[in-house]
Structures are given as structure tokens and as C-alpha cells.
Design a protein. Structure first.
Length: 319
């Protein structure tokens, strides 16, 4: 079958949902849907939830299945090791099992790696060789693509950029380390910083109005809404977040020297107005004298990154 008619099933497995989509060789999602994930049942129940979602959109044109699965996992064997968000799978051979069920090639990787590859193949990073991708949301996940291939490292665990520490005296991250960028700049951290500032504030903030005067209900989304409305405190909170991210990206640039940085996720979308400022600040946190020349781009796929990412794992092998 020609590449133009080839479709891949992209599968995005999370703790509560399975999103699936048919993706063509140009990276276009031509059909998609979602179904509940049985994350807390047996391994077989989790597998059935995934296969039901796939079967609901199956096509005879599908020539491969690419899966974004929760880690930790082994991308070489397709074995899901011990995912905290999907406890039904422990040392579960997802890749082999799915190949047996569908008799097409199956590739498995984590969501940030796969999304980085999709952005490189079809999205914001198309045409670049050395790509650093970060998704900023409830957590911070990253992926590295060199010369069109995901960089996995020796054991498959490379690119855990969200757990790079920028403050060894900082708060303890969920991973156990101190001062990871995730615990300092992901969505929950922005919300926590806002709540702390509101508790100590002497002047009124639109953040409190949006939270209906309930400080404990303040989230990063509310901070973003208040910033869009011109609230000074929200601007201060986001500026602090930008500084933390700039320090982190400066370390990343000095380590990897990428020719593009792509950011996705809800927090990245909220911070998009600050992208130019981050680029301008980078030279203060880099020894690389050309750091400010690196494009900082918003990801193309947005909420569909998992579907496109999963599918990208199977291209360009299917030709």
C-alpha cells in the first residue's frame, strides 16, 4: 500500500481515559475518539479497555499501532514496568500482547518522547535536527529527538527533564528529589505559589474574584485567567515561573545545544506571551553565546499530542 493511503492507529493511554485516532502519513488525524480506562482493575481489564477503544475506530487501512503509555516502560520491548497511574499493569508485555491481537507492528513509548517525535515529523519542529520538547501541565515531561530519532539513552530512561533539579534546597518533588523543575513550575506549583501570595497580600487581586473568594480553590488556570484580565499579582506569579523555567532551559541548552525548543501543554499555552522574554533571558543562564537564537515554539498538536505521538512511532517505517 502506498504511503498516502497508509493509516496508523495512535493510542494515548492515561489513568482515566484511552484516546485513539487514525493518523495518515502527513500527520493528519482523520478520525478520533476516547473511552474510559480501567486502570485499577486487573491487567486483562486494562487491556480490554484499550482494545475496545481501538476496535471502535479500526480500519482495514491500519498498518501499525503506536501507543503512548504511562511509564516507567521499556520502549525496546514494549513492556510496561510499574506505572503509578495505571497500577493494573506491572511488568506487562503490552507491545507483544497487542501485536498478537492485531497482527500489525506495535510501537510503545512514553507520551513526551512520542510527542517530541510527532512535533519533529509533522509539527512545530519539522525541519530541525536537534529537538528539545517539553510538555508543561500538571507535571513536566520532556523528549529529545536527534536526527529524527528519539534519544532513549542506555536503559530507555533518558529525557526525564522534569526531574532536573535547579535548587538542591528546594521543595521535595514527587520523585523524591529536591528542587525539580516540576515541583517548582508545573501547574500545581503555580497554584500553590498563588495561594501563598494571596494569604499574605494586602491588596485585592482578581485571582480571588475568580476563585469566588476561596483561596484554597485557586489553580494555575485561574492565575492565567487573572493575568489575561490584567491582574498585577497574577503577572508577578507568572514572571517568577518564567524565571524558573529560564534557568532550567539554560541548563538544557548548555547540555544539549538544540536547534529548536518546542513547548506544549496547558501551562505552556498560558505562558506563550512570555516566550520572547524567555529567549531574551536565556543568555544570562547559558554559557552558549548564541542561546537567544534558538527558536522557542508552541507545539502544534495540543491536546491531541498523545494520538499524533503514538502514530509517529510507526512512521516512517511503514512505506
Amino acid at each position: 500500500m502506498s504511503e498516502e493511503k497508509t493509516l496508523v492507529m495512535g493510542v494515548d493511554i492515561g489513568g482515566t481515559k484511552v484516546a485513539v485516532g487514525l493518523v495518515d502519513a502527513a500527520g493528519k488525524i482523520v478520525a478520533q475518539g476516547r473511552a474510559p480506562m480501567a486502570a485499577n482493575g486487573t491487567a486483562e481489564e486494562g487491556l480490554q479497555a484499550v482494545t475496545r477503544a481501538i476496535d471502535s475506530h479500526w480500519s482495514d487501512q491500519v498498518r501499525g499501532i503506536g501507543i503512548c503509555a504511562p511509564g516507567p516502560l521499556d520502549p525496546t520491548t514494549g513492556v510496561i514496568l510499574n506505572p503509578p497511574n495505571v497500577p493494573c499493569w506491572r511488568n506487562f508485555p503490552l507491545g507483544e500482547t497487542m501485536t498478537g491481537k492485531y497482527s500489525v507492528p506495535v510501537k510503545v513509548d512514553n507520551d513526551a518522547n512520542a510527542a517530541a517525535l510527532a512535533e519533529t515529523r509533522w509539527g512545530a519542529a519539522r525541519g530541525y535536527c536537534y529537538v528539545f520538547y517539553a510538555t508543561l501541565g500538571t507535571g513536566i515531561g520532556t523528549g529529545i529527538v536527534f536526527d529524527g530519532r528519539i534519544y532513549h539513552g542506555k536503559t530507555g530512561s533518558a529525557a526525564e527533564g522534569g526531574h532536573m533539579s535547579i535548587d538542591y534546597r528546594g521543595p521535595r518533588c514527587g520523585c523524591g528529589k529536591l528542587g525539580c523543575i516540576e515541583i517548582l513550575a508545573a501547574g500545581p506549583a503555580i497554584g500553590a505559589r498563588a495561594r501563598a501570595k494571596l494569604s499574605a497580600a494586602s491588596s485585592h487581586s482578581a485571582i480571588l474574584d475568580l476563585a469566588k473568594s476561596n483561596i484554597s480553590s485557586v489553580t494555575s488556570e485561574i492565575v492565567g485567567q487573572a493575568y489575561a484580565a490584567g491582574d498585577p499579582l497574577a503577572g508577578e506569579i507568572l514572571q517568577e515561573t518564567v524565571e524558573l523555567l529560564t534557568i532550567w532551559l539554560g541548563n538544557t541548552v548548555d547540555l544539549l545545544d538544540p536547534d529548536v525548543i518546542v513547548m506544549g501543554g496547558g501551562v505552556a499555552a498560558m505562558l506563550k506571551p512570555f516566550f520572547g522574554e524567555i529567549k531574551n533571558r536565556l543568555p544570562r543562564w547559558c554559557v552558549n553565546p548564541r542561546a537567544s537564537e534558538i527558536p522557542l515554539l508552541m507545539a502544534h498538536y495540543g491536546a491531541d499530542a498523545g494520538i499524533a505521538g503514538g502514530a509517529s512511532l510507526c512512521f516512517p517505517d511503514l512505506r
